[in-house]
Design a protein around this ligand. Sequence first.
Ligand code: PLP
Length: 413
Amino acid sequence: MSYLQKTDPELNRIIELEKKRQRETINLIASENYTSKAVLEALGSFLTDKYAEGYPHHRHYGGCENVDEIETLALERLKKLYKADHANVQPHAGAQANMAAYFALLDYGDTVMGMKLAHGGHMTHGDQITFSGRSYHFIHYGVSKETERIDYDEVERLALEHKPKLIVAGASAYPRIIDFERFRSIADKVGAKLMVDMAHIAGLIAVGLHPTPVPYSDVVTSTTHKTLRGPRSAFILCRKELAHEIDHGVFPEMQGGPLVHAIAAKAECFYEALQPSFYDYQKAVLDNALILAMELQRDGLRLVSGGTDNHLILVDLTRTGVTGMDAQEALERVGIVVNRNSIPFDTQSTWTTGGIRLGTPAATTRGLRQTEMKQIAGWILKVINHVGDKIVETQVREEVRHLCGRFPVPSID
Ligand SMILES: *Cc1c(COP(=O)(O)O)cnc(C)c1O
């Protein structure tokens, strides 16, 4: 960071503090990861200076011959990775990818089905605080109270009753495999299109450790910075017949010039995801989540749906008497970073919440494995059972710091 140090010490100081924070804490935020140095190099490059509205070989600006090649490379790699007909790598982030997909598939006021935010869905799946809830008539499905898994019979009943034009599948806090084939058959029964938002599980899907939605969906949207371990960005996949609508939905309907540096970083991310070692990484993410879940459960914490099939765990804290907010803050004090999260049928407010969400993608990238997961589970239990106990917190903080010292952060060190 030598340039900033000279030109802007004020900003540089804060960035250095963030570097220290990332080094000295264990990141269990399920939607975060650490990118490779190669991704960062592309992302932090002069490519940001180029305007390239339009698509390869159909641009509104001159000087795009190299940018055309970069975007084409990203598109080819992405289509290969997911065996997709058509791809768009221009959406700036996941919310933008969803917005563009809605523009392509819907008119304002149309009926759409999506998963309830409170049961693990994403805000852009029809929550009233976002454009999606205000622009379209969303009907929400959720999980069953008994199994805490998606209630596919309810999805079907609601679809038959409301005849949506589009059904959206995908979630931000759902620890189980999603049955895309079942969603397709429900969509077919009512003549709806199916859109899958695989933002969280894109990395697992890329290597076949979660069933792929691609053959069953009309459109698939995703972020690139979660399990896929690329830059903070997104993409859309679709059937050939929808290619024009999707591309038009992204540019010019939803956004202007693409972030060429981010597209280059995505090309590198897809390259990394196509390597055999990416399978090993995703397998380790799953193994780590499983061991963390088993350890937490064995020592008395209740997990929503009784466990996990993917990279994340939703802990129901109700029985502990500690809220999600209390747990998040206590864990942060010892250097374990998590996010509080509503659990299905939560009795706490959406601000305080009755649970926490834990994920293993970032910790796994950092090199943590079974031994460390067991240690971390022990620390989490200790802290939650002694919230506010200064002696316990100081001791765990020291142990966390020591562990962090042994595992450099790939994007920093
Ligand atoms: C993270 C996420 C998004 C939004 O991604 P942003 O890049 O934060 O806009 C959309 N959908 C789902 C399911 C997500 O998990």
